[in-house]
Design a protein around this ligand. Structure first.
Ligand code: ADP
Ligand code: ZN
Ligand code: ZN
Length: 796
């Protein structure tokens, strides 16, 4: 801890009972990784609390700060040994009362250290939504906090008074009669009344005068009214839990009693009823007066998922996802802060919402990579949640049908970094629903027998049977890493972006090549359009490679009878606010339909009438230059296969592939995860990859390649020295290693050169502080930016 150096005596202020505060100054610089000590003037004593936003002087300028600790004496604040009380400056003003989760202090410190991120950046995660708070100077010279400016909205609620029991409206007053009838089931807002019965206001006023009804104004929480007609969006408690569900709940119950911050991995096949386990566990937590936080991948934060939680916990569920408007987001946040919501369902950032007395965190689909944030602080929600439960002593529940290699190995060891990890299996689906039959369609054989269609014979025939029986099918078109592109048929060149080293994606409907790194758009047409030319050799023969979802849609429409609904779900068709939900409702309501989509359809959907799942081509997912590519491919296939046969009719899955012998395909086909995990574990162990080691990616970018190389060279040497100094005692085989520095796979993006090095360290080794020290030793340099990614997933 440091102090600002203006003598307190000069300021001449009287100190408050709790005289000193530890304050995180809101200046996002890596060097500011510690809080600063400030004195609390007695005039501010009443408003002072941990979590307050305050105004402080920092150097010669005013700054925002957040109070993380209070103490009577300076010495009682950590890290102040060498400070004199007389040199500590006073806090100038309290700008906002506490509004954060109780965990914000310890967790933001931990994140800042663990992820080598500026402390202020980590603290900001915990602040109310609506942008970074700023200081504004008023005309009188005083400072105030600029807040996100969305006004609160209020609604008027009409309810019956006790006098209503004895009131009999006159025979002609039909409106009043209707109103009393409507209110007899409970209070109703004026907005709803006016929707149900056009204009009730006169009747409301008349009865209010008579003292029969009362009208109260209250805060309305925007973002709560997402309704859906999806039948599966309800979750009444089942009459009987399965054996797996009981085992999972027992384990969670024990962890709740132990208060030791245990991690429970609920390893349940798709459709085994994991959501029901979460719901029942949350009921228990709520009954103890505590709150719960449920993380779901953004992609499956659908009306269906949210509906299940709302149907069980009603109005006390707040939701955070990226489709909320600014006002809705703020209202949901306030709803949590006010205590009106005790359950939060949201994407990874929901971890930071102001829940008090948190008693449980659930992470659904824990293997999903979207839990890793791609920008600073580059945290992984699973690791942050584990730290939260370690600090708070409550359980973390991870649910998935395809556990990550990290979670599996921690459960096998029984612990990780001092925290207990255990696994409960749920191998069966409730009732009569059985796991689907998997058929692998070998496209090599199809191809050699002359078939050229998108659909192999087995998939074609199965689709036709679905149509005949008026059932439903889901078709996955996995485009990850394989968007359509143009290739020169003479020189093999693939057009890349002028500013980046990325291959351009071809968009058929607009005849454009688009760069997904920087957004640049180039107009071009493939052969045989006149005017198309290879950027390298000038050849006219630019051929389109790869397949768009639209092309498959066209093939389906041509193949299927007119009365079969074909619903396409991809980035283009789900752009609008409710588009995703509308398409699913359309699929739900249809009598016979095919839902065709990218990986966004693989998650969480629960439609009992789906009897067929087809995977148009599984192979793109397998052949990515990334050691996690196979794990991702396995997850995707297993998830999408899990959409079949959730009802009474058995399901069938047809996987089209050129690589039928790949362990991923064999594992899915045999319903035997170990075929894949054992193969994968051996590969990763041999190559020394996570989960057996940790990878930290240090990336340096800049407009001039020579400067980037010089800087990263110096940085890597410094890190290397730090590693050598701290691991002298380790045996050779466990020593950390630096790979690189070298140019990244994506060598240039947005006109900036990219170089990186990767640090491999044993588990539990504190790589963060070594990188952090090296960075401050080397110092920053104009025009050069550095990002540090601890436990990196993206190494390109
Ligand atoms: P998962 O998340 O494991 O894929 P879900 O939670 O979506 O599975 O459950 C699949 C279906 O099984 C849902 O329709 C759910 O309502 C139903 N279900 C869950 N538990 C039970 C039970 N104990 N008895 C009957 N049906 C159940
Ligand atoms: Zn060419
Ligand atoms: Zn570009």
């Amino acid at each position: 801890m440091a102090a600002e150096t203006s003598p307190l005596d000069d300021a001449g202020v009287a100190l408050a009972p709790a005289s000193f505060a530890s304050v995180i100054v809101d200046i996002p610089a890596r060097a500011l990784s510690e809080p600063f000590a400030y004195a609390i003037p007695s005039s501010l004593a009443d408003d002072m609390a941990v979590g307050c936003t305050v105004l402080v002087a920092f150097g010669h300028r005013p700054a925002l700060g957040y109070v993380v600790a209070l103490a009577d004496t300076l010495a009682a604040l950590p890290g102040t040994e060498s400070l004199e009380a007389s040199r500590v400056r006073p806090i100038d003003a309290v700008l906002a009362p506490p509004s954060c989760s109780d965990l914000f202090g310890p967790i933001s410190f931990w994140m800042s250290r663990e992820y080598v991120a500026p402390l202020a950046e980590c603290v900001r995660l915990f602040l109310p939504p609506g942008g970074t708070p700023r200081l504004l100077k008023g005309e009188d010279g005083s400072y105030r906090l600029e807040r996100a400016a969305t006004p609160e909205v209020h609604e008027r609620v009409v309810s019956l008074t006790p006098a209503a029991a004895d009131f009999e409206p006159s025979a002609r007053a039909t409106r009043q009669r209707q109103l009393i009838e409507a209110l007899s089931y409970g209070p109703v807002t004026t907005r709803e009344l006016n929707l149900l019965y056009t204009d009730m206001s006169a009747a409301v006023r008349a009865l209010e005068r008579k003292g029969v009804v009362r009208v109260d104004e209250r805060r309305a929480w925007r973002g709560c009214d997402e309704d859906t007609t999806l039948s599966s969006a309800r979750a009444s408690a089942p009459r009987q839990l399965t054996a797996g569900q009981r085992a999972a709940l027992d384990a969670i119950g024990r962890a709740l009693d132990d208060n030791a911050g245990d991690v429970i991995l609920v390893d349940g096949v798709t459709g085994s009823g994991k959501t029901e386990v979460y719901l029942a566990a949350i009921e228990r937590v709520l009954a103890q007066g505590k709150s719960a936080c449920v993380l779901v991948p953004e992609i499956s934060l659908t009306a269906q998922t949210v509906g299940r939680f709302r149907s069980r916990f009603g109005a006390s569920v707040a939701v955070f996802h990226s489709r909320l408007s600014a006002g809705e987001r703020l209202d949901q946040w306030d709803m949590v802060r006010s205590g009106a919501a005790r359950v939060v369902v949201g994407a990874r950032s929901a971890l930071f919402c102001p829940l008090s007395n948190l008693g449980l965190i659930v992470i659904d689909e824990e293997h999903e990579q979207s839990y890793k944030q791609g920008s600073s602080p580059r945290y992984h929600a699973r690791e942050v949640a584990a730290q939260m439960t370690r600090v708070g002593g409550f359980p973390l529940v991870l649910g998935t049908a395809t556990p990550s290699a990290e979670s599996l190995s921690r459960c096998r060891a029984g612990e990780y970094l001092g925290q207990r990890w255990s696994r409960v299996e749920m191998p069966e689906r409730p009732g009569h629903a059985t796991l689907p039959t998997i058929i692998v369609a070998d496209l090599r054989r199809e191809f050699s027998s002359g078939a050229r269609s998108i659909f192999s014979r087995p998939l074609h025939d199965a689709l036709m049977e679905v149509v005949e029986r008026r059932e439903k099918a889901v078709l996955l078109h996995n485009r990850r890493g394989f968007a359509p592109f143009l290739m020169c048929r003479e020189c093999g060149c693939v057009p890349t972006c002028k500013h980046c080293s990325t291959a351009l994606t071809y968009h058929e409907r607009t005849h454009t090549l688009e760069c997904h790194t920087c957004g640049a758009v180039y107009h071009v047409r493939p052969y045989p359009a006149p005017g198309s030319a290879c950027p390298k050799c000038g050849s006219r023969y630019l051929a389109k490679m790869g397949m768009g979802t639209q092309q498959i849609e066209d093939a389906l429409l041509a193949m299927l009878p007119d009365d079969v609904a074909v619903i396409r779900m991809d980035a283009d068709s789900t752009r609008g606010k409710d588009a995703h939900k509308r398409l699913l409702e359309e699929f739900d309501a249809a009598d016979c339909a095919v839902l065709l989509g990218t990986q966004m359809i693989a998650k969480g959907l629960d439609f009992p009438e789906v009897t067929l799942v087809g995977v148009v081509l599984a192979d793109y997912a397998l052949k990515m230059p990334d050691f996690r590519a196979q794990e991702r491919a396995y997850d995707l296939l297993e998830q999408v296969a899990g959409r079949a046969g959730r009802g009474k009719d058995p399901g069938r899955v047809i996987i089209q592939t050129y690589l039928p012998d790949d362990p991923v395909i064999r594992a899915v086909a045999a319903h035997d995860r170990s075929i894949f995990t054992e193969h994968d574990a051996v590969q990763r162990l041999d190559a020394c990859y996570p989960p057996y080691v940790r990878l930290t990616n240090v990336l340096v970018r800049g407009a001039r390649a020579d400067r980037v190389q010089a800087y990263i060279g110096a940085l890597a040497r410094r890190v290397g020295e730090g590693l050598d100094a701290s691991c002298a005692a380790l045996p050779e085989s466990e020593r950390p290693q630096i790979l690189g520095p070298t140019a990244c796979v994506i060598e240039r993006a947005k006109d900036r050169f990219r170089h990186h090095f990767i640090i491999k360290t044993p588990l539990g080794f504190d790589v963060s502080s070594i990188v952090s020290r090296a960075l401050s030793d080397i110092g920053s340099q104009q025009g050069i930016s550095v990002s540090v990614d601890v436990d990196a997933y993206d190494l390109m």
